[in-house]
Design a protein around this ligand. Structure first.
Ligand SMILES: Cc1cc2nc3c(=O)[nH]c(=O)nc-3n(C[C@H](O)[C@H](O)[C@H](O)COP(=O)(O)OP(=O)(O)OC[C@H]3O[C@@H](n4cnc5c(N)ncnc54)[C@H](O)[C@@H]3O)c2cc1C
Length: 503
């Protein structure tokens, strides 16, 4: 073992032990940093930066939570995200035990211009919640949901997962819009939008936010609501993680029965065009309490490609049969599994089967209605492959989402009937390049029939600019960014680069 390896293993051992013994953390960190040399890191702009061991020690001493470095127990779990093709190594990982830790970590990063990533559920397709050489604040230790039944509010810690919200709210006969896979994080999903099975009834996840607590770039904890810091409140509802770390969300809740009617109807790929035309027409006439996804998927290894309509009807039970019969009775389905189901179970039903958990690459857009050009682009360019899942997805919008004026929050795409995306997901051991190339070509046939992109699904090279994407809301967003994050500390997101000059 050379000197460097010795120091690294001493660091690992010290930090790993400290995880099991929080009370001795300070002294273990002391031995860690005494044994260790300084740590190489990078700034937000990518310049080299050296983190002195005394500074790292001071940061560790300031935390009640954990400070992890390469080799520490938990470091690999923290740095990895759902997209298995992302393999990044932060210089430091902070797992906060509370808001004070988040403030200390933010101050440490800001004072050094250290690259900063914030992780909640880790579902960002392009891996925005991890980084090479920066600090990652991993909010997986920061999960809690409290429901105030009388006030119909949920108070949700900024690292919580959607399943926790559904579970706690439904236990009280209440609901708010969450996404369709329960291990998605509340932070990423809500700050950029938040489509889900009850979104057409109750609006996007962000439409239900009535306040947030947020640590901004200056390290201050602020409350943002209609009455307090209203500019920030406007910006966080659609501006993603651009303005700070949300430590707590306050959501409005709605009464809803536990039992809904939902499930999948599956047809062979050969029926794709007809099913998609039917889906387009049926969506256009659907009431707010009916939610319909369309999925075209070719699994790897030669399994038969299929098209699926996924339904969730959350309205009065006696209307379900009549509303869903046209879907279950369309053409000759291979499988038709639509039945009464517990809402929380339906919200978890895709957790293990969702193919978006290999290496993955995605392109997204919005559409208003599904015309023949869009159908041609999607179906015509769809090529199954043995080494990957190939997926096209329409997530239904409209209803209450479209009735919110587009300037009311930073989220601009109120006009859309659907969020549409194409994804390829491959076993991370195979070469990604051919699959990424294929997806870009496929998307080039779809893109002209779409507008903008979903900021929650921003790819590394956004195909449309952020300014264009926010439509009429961009200038106001820029003002909020200039005010609360003038040095662009929070840049690993669909980034709005500030334009103010800082001293
Ligand atoms: C399997 C799967 C299913 C999905 N289903 C849906 C769906 O039904 N509806 C939908 O609208 N979208 C859906 N999405 C997209 C989803 O909205 C985004 O991937 C979203 O970014 C995930 O949030 P996260 O917290 O899990 O991700 P992360 O990777 O942890 O974070 C994503 C971004 O949000 C920032 N961020 C996270 N938490 C905070 C916080 N507390 N404060 C400030 N910034 C924060 C991060 O810094 C990063 O920039 C899905 C994605 C996947 C992979």
């Amino acid at each position: 073992m050379n000197r460097r390896q010795f120091f690294r293993s001493s660091v690992s051992a010290a930090v790993a032990t400290s995880l099991w013994s929080p009370y001795t953390y300070g002294s273990l960190l002391q031995s860690l940093t005494q044994a260790s040399s300084s740590i190489n890191a990078v700034t937000g702009d990518g310049a080299d930066l050296v983190l002195e061991k005394s500074a790292v020690q001071e940061l560790g001493d300031s935390l009640r939570g954990q400070l992890l470095v390469s080799g520490s127990d938990g470091y690999d779990v923290a740095r990895r995200v759902l997209n298995k093709s992302i393999d990044k190594y932060p210089a430091l990982v902070v797992r906060p035990s509370g808001v004070a830790d988040i403030r200390n970590a933010v101050a440490f990063a800001r004072e050094r211009d250290l690259l900063l990533a914030v992780k909640c559920g880790g579902h960002s397709f392009s891996g925005k919640s991890t980084c090479d050489g920066g600090m990652q604040i991993d909010l997986s230790t920061f999960r809690n949901v409290r429901v105030d039944r009388k006030a119909r509010k949920a108070y949700v810690a900024g690292g919580s997962l959607l399943g926790e919200i559904d579970h706690e709210c439904m236990a009280n006969g209440l609901v708010t819009t969450a996404g369709t896979v329960s291990h998605t994080g509340v932070g990423g999903l809500t700050l950029g939008g938040g489509f889900g099975r009850v979104g057409r009834r109750f609006g996007l996840a962000l439409d239900n936010v009535t306040g947030v607590d947020i640590v901004t770039a200056d390290g201050q904890l602020r409350h943002a609501s209609a009455d307090e810091n209203p500019d920030l409140f406007w910006g966080v509802r659609g501006g993603g993680g651009n303005f700070g770390i949300v430590t707590s969300f306050e959501f409005a809740l709605h009464e809803m029965q536990r039992e809904v009617v939902g499930g999948n109807v599956v047809w062979p790929l050969a029926d794709a065009r007809e099913v998609l035309r039917f889906y387009a027409d049926y969506c256009a006439a659907a009431p707010d309490d009916l939610y319909l996804d369309f999925i075209m998927v070719a699994p790897p290894n030669g399994a038969d490609p299929v098209v699926i309509i996924h339904a969730c009807y959350s309205g009065p039970k006696d209307r379900a049969d009549a509303l869903l019969a046209p879907v279950t009775g369309f053409g000759k389905p291979l499988v038709s599994q639509v039945a009464a189901i517990d809402y929380v179970a339906l919200q978890r039903s895709g957790d293990d089967s969702d193919p978006r958990s290999g290496g993955e690459y995605l392109k997204s857009g919005f559409n208003d209605g599904i015309n023949n050009n869009l159908i041609d682009g999607l179906v015509g360019g769809f090529e199954p492959h043995n080494d990957r899942s190939t997926i096209a997805f329409f997530q239904q919008s409209g209803g209450a989402i479209s009735r919110v004026p587009s300037a009311s929050t930073a989220f601009a795409h109120r006009w859309a009937s659907h969020s549409v995306f194409t994804v390829v997901a491959w076993n991370p051991t195979v070469d990604r390049d051919p699959h990424v190339r294929y997806l870009r070509n496929w998307w080039s046939e779809v893109e002209p029939s779409t507008q903008g992109f979903y900021t929650n699904e921003v790819s590394d090279e956004a195909h449309r600019t952020i300014a264009e994407n926010y439509e009429g809301n961009f200038e106001r967003l820029l003002e909020v960014k200039n005010r609360y994050d003038p040095t662009n500390l929070f840049r690993l997101n669909a980034n709005i680069p500030p334009t103010v000059t800082t001293g």
